[in-house]
Design a protein around this ligand. Structure first.
Ligand code: URA
Length: 209
């Protein structure tokens, strides 16, 4: 049984090990324990725990909703149709997929790709919080409403939040529409592109110090 970590417990590391362990080791250990998680009923109905992937030192972290069918089959986030669109947008904005970190609010595929239930989000939240605490990215990009509601403010509409920087535990947060929403509604292409351009210019600005 995997234990969602609380603040005192990165159970696999003693305090001194924790100080010495780097982000890759901490994230690897977290992924190992996440694979044994049974904190909600989603795990029983899916094939994989999709922990997330990318650079443990990423300065930009993207958070989606939850794995779909292709993600569940491959145990990787954003590799289905929405992921292919995300790859194209990232590349066009100047990001290599390997230099960012990509994850989701929930790690297990909800049946029929429904939106995760509040209790499923609550069960997965400690894992997401630990990922954020370890990576501590400069910028968090919320892809869609569930990420925005989970990380910033329940009920806040993406259409109202997008385009302006928010703050969370020392990270800058921006919200944009989910790539799947862009696939359904091409009218969302332009605002999403504008949001990625905002992310890119902030990313380059902070690299210059
Ligand atoms: N949609 C998501 O929110 N996440 C994925 O990983 C894939 C599709």
């Amino acid at each position: 049984m995997g234990h969602p970590p609380d603040g005192s417990q990165l159970a696999l590391f003693s305090a001194s090990q924790r100080e010495q362990a780097g982000k890759p080791e901490l994230l690897g250990a977290l992924a190992d324990s996440a694979h044994a998680c049974r904190a909600c009923s989603l795990r029983a109905g899916c094939r994989s725990v999709v922990f997330g992937e990318g650079d443990p030192h990423a300065r930009l972290l993207l958070v989606g909703e939850g794995p779909g069918q292709v993600e569940d089959e491959q145990a990787r986030p954003f590799v289905g149709p929405a992921g292919q669109l995300l790859d194209r947008i990232l590349l066009a904005a100047g990001f290599r997929r390997e230099e960012v970190f990509i994850t989701n609010v929930v790690m297990c595929r909800p049946p029929g790709n429904r939106v995760p239930l509040p209790e499923e989000v609550a069960a997965c939240r400690p894992w997401l919080e630990r990922k954020l605490a370890i990576i501590h990215p400069e910028i968090i990009l919320c892809l869609g409403a569930l990420a925005l509601h989970t990380l910033v403010e329940p009920g806040l509409a993406v259409g109202r939040a997008r385009g302006r920087w928010l703050q969370r535990d020392g990270s800058l947060v921006l919200a944009t529409y989910h790539p799947a929403a862009v696939l359904r509604d091409p009218g969302k292409r332009r605002p999403v592109w504008e949001d990625f351009c905002l992310v890119r210019s902030r990313y380059l600005e902070s690299a210059r110090g």
